[in-house]
Ligand binder design. Sequence first.
Ligand code: GLA
Length: 407
Amino acid sequence: MAEPRDGAASGSIMAEPRDGPGPRAFLDETVRIFKETYPGSEPTIAVAAPGRVNLIGEHTDYNQGYVLPMALPMVTLVVGCVTTDGIISLCTLAKEADDPKYVEFPVASEGNVLTPGLPKWANYVKGVVQYYRAGPLPGFKAVTASNVPLGGGLSSSASLEVAIYTFLQQICPDDGDLVEKALACQKAEHTFSFVPCGIMDQFISVMGIAGHALLIDCRSLEVTPVPISDPSLVILITNSNIRHHLTGSEYPARRQQCLEAAKALGEESLRDVSMAELKAAKASLDAEVYRRAHHVISEIKRTTEAAEALKSRNYREFGKLMVQSHNSLRDDYNVSCRELDELVAAAMDGDGVYGSRMTGGGFGGCTVTLLEATAVEKTMQRIKDKYSGTPAFYITTPSRGAHVLQL
Ligand code: GLA
């Protein structure tokens, strides 16, 4: 079953960061709502953490492979002040978040272990508070707001986790280890919202570098920045405005099949299996498990090749790899859907487009398209004309990771 998403503009063409106010106005508005929510209090801390788009390397992170995401200009903000009462008071401005939009709970301590519950949006916050790497935490009062589309496959949840962690760093500094920060946020996602995600989303939200995509080795966690700031090039995100209710069960099922394949091939992860080894074992593997492994092994290779192509500004080659990635996700990994396939086909059906693919977990959400700046208008019009649903567009640039804002 597919459901149109609320809150996304219909057929509109939106420059970063989405429609709505620019970055300063967005912050000012959040500050205004803080003052309204907590009369008599002044906010002293403001932080931002970005969403992400993955250019290539899908469903490879939990297989210890490579990914190539970039941080977006769309961010989650947390604006607030410290308190001394050990109570966390937080209000979300996200319309799509479940009710109630305001929560209060005591900080985590030895005698008070936080556990997930309702509302669901607050679980990301509780998880991060629980796994924060310094303490004891004082309390705080804050408002959180986001212009990352919720549930659109652009890591709105990771951006909330990383924004909360960054806020906590301001009121009770940790050792500043960025890898550990991303890992703590991932743990929050695993155990408080029950999504067994890889490390990509939290990692790029923490580490993003303006003007660069990051090639992340999800085994060593080594990062190689790849410049992507050619003015003749545009990265266009198209939101299908569709979310199929499959992600919950299908994502862990894919993880399991990958583990099964690796185990059958005598390895800990598919990172250590070559395509020749997989092919040699084809007869002994379940056909579906074989296809899953085929996607992952080929995608890991495509991702390193794509990073090389990007470094040498060979956009044609990069685009070809994007389309191969999409086809592999559609045919072997089975995480695409009709709407995403339509968007990719429509994007590719014209001049000046290098490549297009679904991005993120799949089953709806967004596509990412690499194209010449001169082809943007026509491409967006073509997608609108050909897509059976109502798309939203974000023309975007690689942005920086989580940071503190001046109030
Ligand atoms: C989701 C997960 C990531 C990654 C992608 C697929 O976004 O959170 O860890 O596995 O799906 O590449």
